[in-house]
Design a protein around this ligand. Structure first.
Ligand SMILES: [Zn+2]
Ligand SMILES: [Zn+2]
Length: 250
């Protein structure tokens, strides 16, 4: 692994480590690129970083990047929910503050994000999740789809018509918009219901690019045993993940 495009820090409150700790670790691993993608501040829900802390966060990140810029390519981004009420904020972050690398991680779906993507149990919820993911991708604001298969975390049936329909919609949209799909090491590390072998095998019906990302919330996890196992897991399925972000679209 020579790059990672999904990284958190202590700023989201359930992670540990300062930006510098991640940069040092990435350099020691021989990484060429690292994207910091903390959970985006949200006006009313899903707010891991409160807006009141955003200014301090932004200042600290810019200072850390400045300090390390000669040693590694550092990319500013956020992990975002698609939510129409937040799109102006996302655009502002991207266009005014240089957070170019916005990744879509849909942890909630539905008008009020009332469906928790980690606890989807019905085909109907799954299809709503797919709709929200695809509406998000269509905005053109997001450069990568994080853990598409998070929706299968607790899905009670093996692989049914609803799964096929939802993931056909998601993967065909990624294919058409040329948005890379993530293989999420954090789910793997924690023994969650994603990454889903069934979903990823199904994804091979589409012409997709893949990235293996650590989704680290601790510098020690940037490239760990779980990361190596994930590489083998992908290889066994015949999925060739990219070493670096493809298409330079950031
Ligand atoms: Zn986090
Ligand atoms: Zn994440």
């Amino acid at each position: 692994m020579i790059a990672n495009y999904h990284t958190h820090s202590r700023w989201c409150r359930h992670g540990v480590g300062e930006f510098e700790d991640y940069f040092e670790k990435a350099i020691s691993l021989g990484f060429q690129e690292l994207a910091m993608t903390e959970h985006v501040p949200h006006r009313d829900r899903w707010s891991w970083i409160p807006w009141e802390e955003f200014e301090g966060f932004d200042r600290a990140l810019n200072a850390a990047i400045e300090k390390y810029r000669d040693r590694i390519t550092l990319i500013k981004g956020f992990e975002c929910e698609y939510d129409p009420s937040q799109m102006e904020d996302y655009r502002w972050l991207r266009e005014e503050l240089g957070y170019n690398f916005l990744i879509l991680g849909q942890h909630g779906a539905g008008k009020n994000l009332e469906i928790n993507s980690f606890t989807i149990h019905t085909g109907k919820e799954l299809r709503i999740y797919a709709d929200w993911v695809c509406q998000g991708l269509e905005t053109g604001l997001f450069v990568m789809l994080a853990h598409p298969d998070v929706a299968l975390n607790e899905y009670p049936r093996p692989w049914d018509k609803d799964c096929e329909k939802a993931f056909a919609q998601i993967f065909s949209t990624c294919e058409r918009l040329r948005i890379p799909v993530e293989l999420n090491v954090n789910g793997f590390r924690q023994g969650r219901g994603y990454p889903s072998e069934r979903a990823m095998l199904f994804s091979k019906n589409y012409n997709l690019k893949y990235l293996i990302n650590s989704d680290a919330h601790d510098p020690a996890f940037l490239y760990d045993e779980a990361g190596r196992q994930m590489e083998e897991w992908a290889a066994r399925m015949g999925i060739q993940a990219e070493e670096r972000f493809p298409w330079g679209s950031r």
